[in-house]
Design a binder for this molecule. Structure first.
Ligand SMILES: Nc1nc2c(ncn2[C@@H]2O[C@H](COP(=O)(O)OP(=O)(O)OP(=O)(O)O)[C@@H](O)[C@H]2O)c(=O)[nH]1
Ligand SMILES: [Mg+2]
Length: 205
């Protein structure tokens, strides 16, 4: 996959009707500070998304237009960068607002949405992670898991985490990634492309 261009499109709180069903949209969802925006920048090979060592850098759903070459043709995808959840210093009511925005966006966008659940490889799942997983499974949302910041742990550690998640999910893929070293970048892009191909087939039928 060759990225031709990538740029910020707009920030939204609900699905953008003008884009609906037209392009593959891949959403990067996960806890605050896990590296969602860094992942987008690494995939796009451009610093288009704002990253920060202070949790809560992303407050709206930021949409990025990615142009890439695939099978000799110029194609487009939208990467949506979600505000992280689970940041302890944010008030309960704000957490609820974020949750509503995220759930509303994804549930109303079901037919085009592909979700990459960005998960810090070092984390042990807690109740909040379980709730997110239950929601994905209950609603049959098309999600895959990207275990990130793998540069901070050994390969064996990441492999164990992968096995842990495998027990819970049958369909989605589990990938490993590091924005720092670029590990898993190619595989994640290929995974996203596969989603694009599936979507095109569906639209042509
Ligand atoms: N070592 C390492 N650090 C990373 C990696 N990805 C992100 N970081 C760092 O983690 C911090 C948070 O990264 P962001 O990309 O802003 O995280 P985010 O999930 O978008 O955060 P919010 O928007 O606040 O939810 C930054 O200091 C990044 O440099 C990685 O793969 N490895
Ligand atoms: Mg962010």
């Amino acid at each position: 996959m060759k990225i031709l261009n990538a740029k910020y499109l707009k920030s939204v709180t609900s699905p953008d009707r003008s884009l609906r069903g037209k392009v593959l949209e891949v959403s990067f969802v996960g806890r605050s500070n896990v590296g969602k925006s860094s992942m987008i920048n690494s995939l796009a090979m451009r610093k288009i998304a704002k990253t920060s060592s202070t949790p809560g850098a992303t407050r709206l759903i930021n949409l990025y237009l990615i142009e890439y070459e695939h099978k000799g043709a110029r194609q487009q995808a939208i990467f949506s960068d979600f505000p992280g959840f689970g940041y302890a210093k944010v008030s309960k009511s704000m957490q609820k607002d974020w949750q509503k925005m995220i759930e509303g966006y994804i549930e109303r966008n079901k037919e085009i949405q592909k979700i990459i659940w960005v998960y810090d490889v070092r984390r042990e799942p807690d109740r909040l992670d379980e709730m997110l997983l239950e929601w994905f499974l209950d609603r049959e949302l098309p999600f895959s898991i990207a275990l990130t910041k793998t540069d901070k742990e050994s390969r064996g550690f990441a492999a164990n985490k992968k096995r842990l998640f495998k027990q819970y999910i049958k369909k989605g893929e589990i990938l490993t990634f590091s924005a720092k070293t670029g590990e898993g970048r190619k595989e994640l892009l290929e995974h996203i492309l596969k989603l694009g191909d599936v979507l095109k087939k569906l639209n042509n039928n």
